[in-house]
Design a protein around this ligand. Structure first.
Ligand SMILES: Nc1ncnc2c1ncn2[C@@H]1O[C@H](COP(=O)(O)OP(=O)(O)OP(=O)(O)O)[C@@H](O)[C@H]1O
Ligand SMILES: [Mg+2]
Length: 275
């Protein structure tokens, strides 16, 4: 897996309707690689609502459909909705990270298996707690949980909430890669620069961050090149906006990649880039 190989930056303004599509912008020779055993990828938004959960779920769907042993953690303890994206039946009886805290030092394969819900796509999910009230979890939990899951699963995906609290930071620090999602708008980019600085100051290596620009549209005023310069990171991938498709397929419990589209191709390119 070569994470240094990145999709070259391009101007959002330059993207015509007839362009080859996002997947077509991959550099020559870019190949799909099998997930390495126990890799951990966390998804974090530079601002709320930029699509971090959707991207995590799409990766889980794709990896599961490729036969990979994948588990997703919903680390958004207050408003986690990964279960909806993954079409996993989640009930108040479903286990969450909160239930694992008391046994975090004794995570046997049986305990882990019992705690996970299974989606129609085959991916396992450690669901968000029902109820959505604020909770405090010891910041050492992420490392322990990720260590145990990475022993059992070939890929561990973590969907984090937008707040950069100690729990979220624990997951970001424990991940091999962090998919950092932004949208091409001033409010998001301004916030994101501060978040990236805080992540770096907290020990998250910038080399581990894959910057994804989501919801790009023709005529956007801010180019990928400007985003790179402003955030000081190369853009790994630009995904187009396709709100109707996202909503329609999401409501039907299906992934965006279940039908052919430019966004679907872009999401497949994301999975190729990461795994
Ligand atoms: N490329 C896209 N085109 C259109 N809509 C999108 C795209 N990506 C995500 N969305 C939509 O944006 C909304 C927010 O997505 P999502 O919940 O994944 O964001 P988030 O960053 O996880 O938000 P939160 O901060 O609440 O956790 C959803 O309605 C989703 O369908
Ligand atoms: Mg989310």
């Amino acid at each position: 897996m070569n994470h240094r190989r990145r999709i070259s930056a391009f101007s959002l303004k330059d993207r015509g309707r007839d362009s080859a599509g996002v997947a077509g912008m991959r550099p020559p020779g870019y190949g799909r690689l099998e997930p390495r055993a126990g890799s951990v990828v966390a998804f974090h938004g530079g601002k709320g609502g930029v699509g971090a959960t959707m991207l995590a779920a799409e990766c889980a769907w794709m990896l599961a459909s490729r036969g990979s042993d994948v588990v997703a953690i919903d680390a958004d303890l207050e408003r986690g909705c990964l279960g909806y994206y993954l079409d996993v039946p989640v009930s108040p009886e479903s286990y969450s990270l909160i239930d694992l805290v008391p046994v975090i030092d004794e995570l046997t394969p049986r305990v882990i298996e019992n705690a996970l819900s299974v989606g129609s796509c085959g991916a396992r999910l450690l669901a968000a707690p029902a109820g959505g009230s604020p909770r405090t979890v010891d910041a050492t939990c992420p490392a322990k949980l990720l260590g145990s899951l990475a022993e059992r699963f070939s890929t561990v995906l973590v969907d984090t909430p937008p707040a950069l609290d100690p729990l979220t930071l624990g997951f970001l620090l424990g991940a091999d890669r962090v998919v950092f999602v932004v949208t091409p708008e001033v409010a998001c980019l301004g916030t994101s620069r501060g978040v990236l600085a805080e992540m770096s100051a907290s020990g998250v290596s910038r080399d581990a961050v894959d910057l994804v620009v989501n919801r790009a549209a023709p005529g956007d005023g801010i180019t990928a090149h400007e985003i790179e310069r402003y955030l000081g990171l190369p853009v790994a991938l630009v995904l187009p906006d396709d709100a109707r498709r996202c909503r329609r397929l999401g409501d039907a419990g299906l992934p965006v990649t279940s039908e052919k589209s430019r966004l679907g191709s872009g999401l497949a390119a994301l999975a190729d880039l990461l795994f």
